[in-house]
Design a protein around this ligand. Structure first.
Ligand code: AMP
Ligand code: ZN
Ligand code: FE
Ligand code: FE
Length: 268
């Protein structure tokens, strides 16, 4: 009885449509699937329409919050489409992304690369455009050989085309999520482990203000790391969650529900 609580569709930077994602989850026999597109719940309606009752569809998003100057991702579960405290803020975050995409493209052009915002928008289609779409345009134009090289040479933090964008503070993200009746969880906490002086104290602080879980069963972690994180979560009264971070062809090594082949997220 397995679930996958971290997936991206064509409404952000995944390549599968929400209904394709749901169909795969049903075929695999997953008991629950969370759709967690970056900053948007726009794919939820289509995912729900495709869900058949055997796989529970959990509406969600993935937020990037500012963790003392570095990015920390937060998954927010049971966030319903429509209006609400967090839902209303998503519009600003989307505008912040748009503004950042403009700056990244301008910077790439300064570096002598022939790329336009229109090409990036076309690549993103119905989805919220982000760096993976810019990366794919760079691959299509043979500027770089593959997606990871686009990040390594231009797009990741510290590289020449990197640009910051509007991010919520962790406290804001947690309180807006809870005020919207949704449940915030720290995603793939390695980014936090490597930045926080005291990882446990930081998590305890976030737990105090309404964090409910930690993503422990993550595709990129080895079995020991997953177990350590789950023990840490339980010791803090937090729920260990898990997911693959499936992006379809944008992260070709990661399979829905199975990650790199060894991931099983137990449904309890
Ligand atoms: P954005 O939301 O526009 O900042 O883009 C974040 C997405 O880019 C993440 O979901 C990752 O899938 C992808 N990404 C971030 N860093 C890298 C990297 N170094 N190599 C490949 N993909 C990355
Ligand atoms: Zn993504
Ligand atoms: Fe993430
Ligand atoms: Fe993700």
């Amino acid at each position: 009885m397995a679930v996958d609580l971290h997936t991206h569709s064509s409404f952000s930077d995944g390549s599968d449509t929400p209904s394709e994602l749901v169909a795969k989850a049903v075929e695999m026999g997953l008991t629950a699937l969370a759709l967690t597109d970056h900053d948007t719940v726009d794919g939820i309606e289509a995912a729900r329409a495709a869900a058949d009752g055997t796989t529970a569809l959990i509406p969600g998003i993935e937020l990037s919050v500012d963790w003392s100057g570095s990015p920390l991702h937060m998954l927010v579960y049971y966030l319903e489409p429509g209006r609400g405290p967090l839902q209303d803020r998503l519009q600003e975050l989307k505008e912040g992304r748009h503004d950042r995409n403009e700056r990244i493209v301008a910077r790439l052009r300064d570096l002598g690369i022939d790329i336009t915002l229109d090409e990036v928008r076309k690549e993103a289609g119905e989805g919220v455009a982000g760096r993976p779409h810019i990366a794919r345009v760079l691959v299509l134009k043979s500027v770089v050989p593959h997606l990871p090289a686009a990040f390594e040479q231009y797009l990741r933090r510290g590289r020449p085309a990197y640009q910051e964008r509007v991010r919520l503070q962790p406290e804001e993200a947690i309180s807006l999520a809870r005020a919207s009746g949704a449940l915030p969880v720290v995603a793939h906490p390695h980014t936090m482990e490597s930045n926080a002086g005291d990882f446990s104290a930081a998590l305890a602080e976030l737990a105090e203000i309404g964090l409910i879980g930690i993503e422990c069963h993550y595709a990129e972690y080895g079995p020991e790391h997953r177990d350590q994180l789950a023990a840490k979560a339980r010791s803090l009264g937090l729920i260990p969650t898990g997911g693959s971070d499936y992006h379809g062809t944008y992260k070709p090594a990661i399979e829905l529900g199975r990650g790199r082949g060894d991931l099983v997220v137990p449904d309890e």
